[in-house]
Design a protein around this ligand. Structure first.
Ligand code: SAM
Length: 270
């Protein structure tokens, strides 16, 4: 089967970037899962799992008596996840190669679902929320991390090549059928779609260049610029100018970066 690519790509550099991103976000993710009461023996879905960095952590949390189902469209990402699960002896982790947009997941009775940075890329995110609800048992929990204001991502003082890049990212996702700020709709869709809202929190930081989290947005600037050159959205000169401008900003200790605003939503199936 042909590789099912999407706007960010499924190439090796993106696979690596998703790993870095997960490592940097892991403390916030573990905290969300703790507050949602994820634990041993549960069946948990990772919806749009990518190469499954979160799914691997979930498999350790649910343990041998539990089960993790990683739902993902990209065969290349699933190959990486299956190899990692085998290497770590995580027999409780299963993969399902499926298109979230294609219809029901064919899963029922799950205890929990985790969905991060996926609804912003699908054409009918509300339908995917409905499919997540159908896969959960009553009382099951869904945890989302999705952007609520991507355009808030900014370098201080302003860095024009970076601001242009942010606008292009939002536009490229929209052109591909997504919505960078999909979380603006999420609480209402959940409340109308068989969930009770348990918690909504904003996750955002103002970081200095020596903050370990700095590597997260910078990794996206680098892989995103390469991807835009590949797709013909940016010229090589524009990509080089962007990377140089962000590096120059990072060399100034007083520079700060506002990260794109993420909304965390924890909702319980009623
Ligand atoms: C930015 S990545 C996030 C991956 C993972 N959730 C994480 O947090 O690391 C978005 C993922 O959504 C997947 N995806 C996008 N559209 C999809 C669809 N229609 N069906 C299944 N997966 C999809 C992509 O293949 C990619 O792995």
């Amino acid at each position: 089967m042909a590789e099912r690519d999407y706007v960010l790509g499924t190439h090796a550099a993106e696979l690596e970037r998703l790993g870095l991103q997960h490592r940097l976000w892991r403390p916030r993710v573990l905290e969300a899962w703790r507050r949602a009461r994820l634990g041993p023996g549960q069946t948990v879905l990772d919806v749009g799992a990518g190469p499954g960095y979160a799914a691997l952590d979930l498999a350790e949390i649910v343990g041998r008596t539990g089960r993790v189902l990683a739902l993902e469209r990209s065969r290349r990402f699933l190959d990486a996840l299956e190899a990692a699960a085998r290497a770590r002896g995580l027999a409780q982790l299963e993969t399902r190669e499926l298109d979230l947009a294609a219809g029901p997941f064919g899963i029922a009775g799950a205890d929990a679902a985790w969905c991060r940075w996926v609804l912003c890329f699908v054409r009918e995110p509300r339908a995917v929320v409905g499919r997540i609800r159908a896969a959960l048992r009553p009382g099951g929990v869904a945890v989302f991390h999705e952007y609520v204001d991507y355009g808030a991502w900014a370098v201080l003082p302003p860095c024009p090549p970076h601001a242009r890049f942010v606008a292009r990212v939002v536009e490229s996702w929209r052109a591909d059928g997504g919505d960078a700020d999909v979380a603006r709709f999420l609480p209402a869709w959940l409340a109308a779609g068989g969930f009770a809202l348990e918690s909504t929190r904003l996750l955002a930081e103002a970081i200095a260049p020596d903050d370990p989290l700095w590597a997260w947005p910078v990794a996206y600037v680098e892989t995103g610029a390469e991807r835009f050159v590949e797709l013909g959205v940016m010229t090589r000169a524009e990509a080089d100018e962007l990377i140089a401008a962000v590096a120059a900003a990072a060399a100034q200790p007083a520079t700060r970066m506002i990260t794109p605003l993420v909304l965390e939503v924890i909702a319980r199936a009623v």
